[in-house]
Every structure is written in structure tokens, then in C-alpha cells.
Design a protein around this ligand. Structure first.
Ligand code: GLA
Length: 384
């Protein structure tokens, strides 16, 4: 990310002296999809793409923002009724409000920001935006008194209360806690986490972007979450300790089969299996067994496509190409409905796989997929 680019635009559109520059990344997730809001495990890492923002307190109660990528300038106040209509500005406004609710005396500021996380690609550009401002405003107005978990929760609450997506904690967590070279296993029920240095000798991680934007995803996403909660409610009649699908066993699911819809049943079946798969992948990684890691990724793809139904034709196609090329593991990454596949590829197969994926995707869909090599990087930080 180019700090100079952001600074030049900041001075041009907001005038005056430079402020402080902050950055926060997007994320990948090796495995553990739609498990976070079910109290399960996730296995993300931060990437080398993110949001960079220049921020300078302005001594007023007004926030003046310039989005460099959208070439759009918005101003808003800090009270609940000041919510802006522009969608990108809702994220910044939401973070201000959530930090105020947590006791930070957020005041007006001038800011310009830009990003290089591809939008709608399942790499969490929105969490990167939220985490950048949560981290920065906590430092600039809150003497850094809010810890990083609470900052992640403020970002998540922004999605719930100001954007309308009832997401889990994974994306904001990864954006704030990321560490270069390590993936992080997070238990989303206890919030315990562990860094796993990730250096799969002889393999590479690569993302292939179907360029299908997951814009319509939020209502479908919330619906998936609803299904999980319905199944939990059915299980609770007999097993009151079940708070999340994390607490459920396959046997409990069988017990409620007649009480829930086939659709809700399939959703829960996927989630229960997926939570176990994260643990299996951790064991396989510790044993250096990347072929098993890859196998689990294919199982996740199958579940996301056939049971959770958050894949699409383009992503299923990319998954098939990976299989045909002998790629160790491949699956749709993130919330789904578009975006990228994440692929674990042996070094010697890499070039042939990328060439084949590009060529066959173009032949079938008439558009070029994008390819991103994964560099696992640090989380939110101040740059100047
Ligand atoms: C989105 C949400 C996350 C998580 C993933 C699916 O990225 O923001 O909380 O649920 O989808 O794993």
C-alpha cells in the first residue's frame, strides 16, 4: 500500500498538515467457514493487502472523509441520527459510534483512505476498513484503552448495527491480530487463540478470484445464520446446554431431523462437520501432512456447495479445475456467493494450474479470473 498516494490525496482534498497514517489488512481463511457465529473454530491469517488511512483530529464534532478509490467526499456528525446514506461511509460512522458506546471520546477528524483488497472477493475489505478506524480512533481519542478483542467486537457490531450483516468475529479478529507468517486458530466460543507458523514447504497458497461479486450476499448470509439458530433451538428442548452448533453432535442432529426443515438440517450438518474439519486440519498441519489438509479443503467446498449452498457455478468450476490439475486442496473462501477459491498447490504444479484455470475459465465464462498469491502479514498498525 502506498502511503504517499494517500497523503497526497489527503492534503489535496482536506487541506492543512498531514495527520497519522494507519493500516489494517484483509484476510484469508485456510478452513472453518460459517463456523464463527456458531461458536466453532476458524483458521484465518491477515494478508498483504488492506486499507491505509490518514487521520487528523480537526477540533470539531464533524468527520470529513474522502474515499480515494470512490473519489467521493462525505461529512457526518457523531450522533446516532447523523448516520450517512453512502454505504462506504456507514462503516466509518459505525466504528465511531461503537467506540463511543465503549467509552472512547471520539471527536471530529479529517481522513482520506484507499485500499487494495479487492471488493466483494471474500477477503474482507469491510473488516479491513473497520479495523483501520477502530485501531486508529482508539489510539487518537481513547489512549488505546480498548483491547484488540473489544476493537474486533466494535467492528463486528458495526456490521450488525449499521450495515445489516449479522457476521461472526473472524474477519475483524484476523485483521487486528494478524501476524506475518502465521495463521491463527481461534475458538470463537472461548476466544482462545493460537498462532500457527505456516510455511508449507513444497506448496503454495494462491487465490483465484471468480470476479463474481458477492453483493447480494447479506440477506442470504443472515438467512444461513437463522437456520443454524433454528436447529439449535430444536436441540435445546432435549439438550438445554446446547448454545451453539459447536455444542452439538451428529446424533443430536439426527434426533431433530423430523422437527426442522430439510434445508435447515443440511445447513447444520455442514456446520457440525466443518467445525471438526478445522481441528483435523490443525492435527494434519502439525504432522506436516499437507495432502490431508488439502483433502479437508475439498470436503469444505463440497459442503459449502451442496449443503450450505453458498457457492456458485463459477466457483464450482474453479474447484473442478483444481481437482483435474492435481491441486492438493481447493475451496470457496469466506462467506461465499462469489469471490475467490483458496488453493493449496504443490510448487511444481503451480504454473500449469494457473494457466489452465485462466484459460478454461475464460473459455467457459468469457471473463478473466484474477490470481492473488497469498503473503501472510501483520495486522492493524500505525504506519507514521
Ligand atoms: C464472512 C463473515 C465472517 C464469517 C465468514 C464465513 O466473511 O464476515 O464472520 O462468517 O463470512 O466463514
Amino acid at each position: 500500500m502506498d502511503i504517499e498516494h494517500v497523503r497526497t490525496r489527503f492534503i489535496k482534498h482536506l487541506g492543512g498538515e498531514p495527520g497519522s497514517v494507519y493500516a489494517s489488512p484483509g484476510r484469508i481463511n485456510l478452513i472453518g467457514e460459517h463456523t464463527d457465529y456458531n461458536g466453532g473454530f476458524v483458521f484465518p491469517g491477515a494478508v498483504d493487502k488492506g486499507i491505509v488511512a490518514e487521520i487528523r483530529p480537526n477540533g470539531t464534532r464533524t468527520v470529513r472523509c474522502y474515499s480515494i478509490d470512490m473519489k467521493d467526499r462525505i461529512e457526518f456528525g457523531l450522533n446516532e441520527e447523523d448516520k450517512p446514506r453512502t454505504s462506504w461511509a456507514k462503516y466509518i460512522f459505525g466504528v465511531c459510534r461503537e467506540l463511543i458506546k465503549r467509552g472512547v471520546d471520539v471527536q471530529g477528524f479529517d481522513t482520506a483512505f484507499a485500499g487494495d483488497v479487492p471488493l466483494g472477493a471474500g477477503m474482507s475489505s469491510s473488516a479491513a476498513l473497520e479495523s483501520t478506524y477502530a485501531y486508529a480512533l482508539n489510539e487518537l481519542f481513547g489512549e488505546s484503552k480498548i483491547d484488540k478483542f473489544e476493537l474486533a467486537k466494535a467492528g463486528q457490531a458495526t456490521e450488525h448495527n449499521y450495515v445489516g450483516v449479522n457476521c461472526g468475529i473472524m474477519d475483524q479478529f484476523a485483521s487486528l491480530f494478524g501476524k506475518a507468517g502465521s495463521l491463527i486458530r481461534l475458538d470463537c466460543r472461548s476466544l482462545e487463540y493460537k498462532y500457527y507458523p505456516f510455511n508449507p514447504v513444497g506448496y503454495r497458497l494462491v487465490l483465484i478470484d471468480s470476479v463474481v461479486k458477492h453483493e447480494l450476499a447479506s440477506s442470504a448470509y443472515n438467512k444461513r445464520r437463522q437456520s443454524c439458530e433454528t436447529v439449535v433451538a430444536a436441540m435445546q428442548k432435549k439438550h438445554p446446554h446446547v448454545q451453539f452448533l459447536r455444542d452439538a453432535t451428529p446424533e443430536m442432529l439426527t434426533e431433530v431431523k423430523g422437527e426442522v426443515t430439510t434445508e435447515d438440517y443440511m445447513r447444520a450438518e455442514y456446520v457440525i462437520d466443518e467445525i471438526q474439519r478445522v481441528l483435523d486440519v490443525c492435527d494434519a498441519l502439525e504432522a506436516g501432512d499437507y495432502e490431508t489438509v488439502g483433502q479437508k479443503m475439498y470436503e469444505t467446498h463440497y459442503g459449502m456447495s451442496k449443503l450450505y449452498e453458498v457457492s456458485c457455478e463459477e466457483l464450482d468450476f474453479l474447484n473442478d479445475v483444481a481437482k483435474e490439475c492435481g491441486v492438493a486442496g481447493s475451496r470457496v473462501m469466506g462467506g461465499g456467493f462469489g469471490g475467490c477459491t483458496i488453493n493449496l498447490v504443490k510448487d511444481e504444479l503451480y504454473d500449469a494450474f494457473i494457466a489452465k484455470a485462466k484459460e478454461s475459465f475464460r473459455a467457459k465464462f468469457g471473463k478473466n479470473p484474477k490470481v492473488y498469491d497469498v503473503v501472510i502479514s501483520d495486522g492493524a498498525r500505525r504506519l507514521t
